[in-house]
Design a protein around this ligand. Structure first.
Ligand code: CP
Ligand code: NVA
Length: 303
């Protein structure tokens, strides 16, 4: 077992499948009120260099349910915000805590932290990857469709951290993934090259949202301007016109197509209110499942 949870490509399909089973078990225990304090007496630091609602709360509550103490650290209010080097911060925090989750900008910042940390480090989102979210998304698909094998997944929108992580997931799990991104907003080419190097002929990149949505079992989207890209909002609204997930696009998909969005959503931009609130939307279950999958990840790494 790998010590950190930085990106899906660190893991085998079998390891990640085990995590889904573990999350299912923990979710069942939580729903039945059966104690599962697997991390009694431990502490986990939750470091945020960007905003968060779901990630912060699901990690805090998840740690509490596992018997561990969560410490919320907004980087700006710590010495990190005053320039204390990552490597020093990592060595110090990992002397106190049994696990560390970080939400930051560059994946290399996370990797440096992990290199110097003596405790397991979890990726709570970087500019390149959002692995906890995709694990929650796939857990939701498994719960509601019984499987991920043989399904057609579509990504419509920005080739961002979510799209990159879907590509890694498709390469590892072997499902069909078609990504429709505007020209100039494609996913990270190194991630695609890694996936294709794995022999993943199941990943298609197009500029046509209809091609992605046609016969899809699962359609996912995300905001047009991710955190850190807010100043590009206006130019992105122009580039992404035509990349909205709406009823017309959904009509092309399978009748029981599932709609995922990691949230927060911008209604009227990447998705319409009708679709987000409609019968295909699984976004609230998806958001809840962050809690269950992250409890499995924490317990797996820190127990
Ligand atoms: N989906 C997600 O990571 O949400 P937050 O930014 O609210 O944590
Ligand atoms: N792609 C989005 C995801 C937010 C959870 C971002 O990075 O802002």
């Amino acid at each position: 077992m790998n010590k950190h949870f930085l990106a899906l490509h660190q893991f085998t399909r079998e390891e990640l499948d085990d995590l889904f089973l573990f999350a299912k078990e923990l979710k069942a225990k939580q729903k039945k009120g059966i104690p599962h304090r697997l991390l009694e007496g431990k502490s986990i630091a939750l470091i945020f260099e960007k905003s968060s609602t779901r990630t912060r709360i699901s990690f805090e509550v998840g740690a509490y349910q596992l018997g561990a103490q969560p410490l919320f650290i907004a980087s700006g209010s710590s010495q990190m915000g005053r320039g204390e080097p990552i490597r020093d911060t990592a060595r110090v925090i990992s002397r106190y805590c049994d696990g560390i989750m970080i939400r930051t900008y560059g994946q290399e910042i996370l990797e440096e932290f992990a290199r110097y940390s003596t405790a397991p480090v979890i990726n709570g989102l970087t500019d390149r990857f959002h692995p906890c979210q995709i694990m929650a998304d796939l857990f939701t698909v498994i719960e509601q469709k019984g499987r991920y094998q043989g399904l057609k997944f579509a990504w419509v929108g920005d080739g961002n951290n979510m799209a990159n992580t879907w590509i890694e997931a498709a390469a590892i799990f072997g499902f069909q993934l078609t990504l429709a991104c505007p020209q100039g907003y494609e996913p990270d080419p190194t991630v695609l090259a890694w996936a294709r190097g794995k022999g993943a002929g199941n990943i298609i990149l197009t500029h046509d949202p209809k091609e992605a949505a046609r016969d899809a079992d699962v359609i996912s989207t995300d905001v047009w301007a991710s955190m850190g890209r807010e100043e590009e909002q206006k130019e992105r609204e122009i580039a992404f016109a035509g990349y909205q997930v709406n009823e017309g696009l959904l009509d092309l998909a399978q009748g029981n197509c599932m709609l995922l969005h990691c949230l927060p959503a911008h209604r009227g931009e990447e998705i319409t209110n009708d679709v987000l609130e409609g019968p295909h939307s699984a976004v609230w279950d998806e958001a809840e499942n962050r809690l269950h999958i992250q409890k499995a990840i924490m317990a797996w790494l820190m127990e």
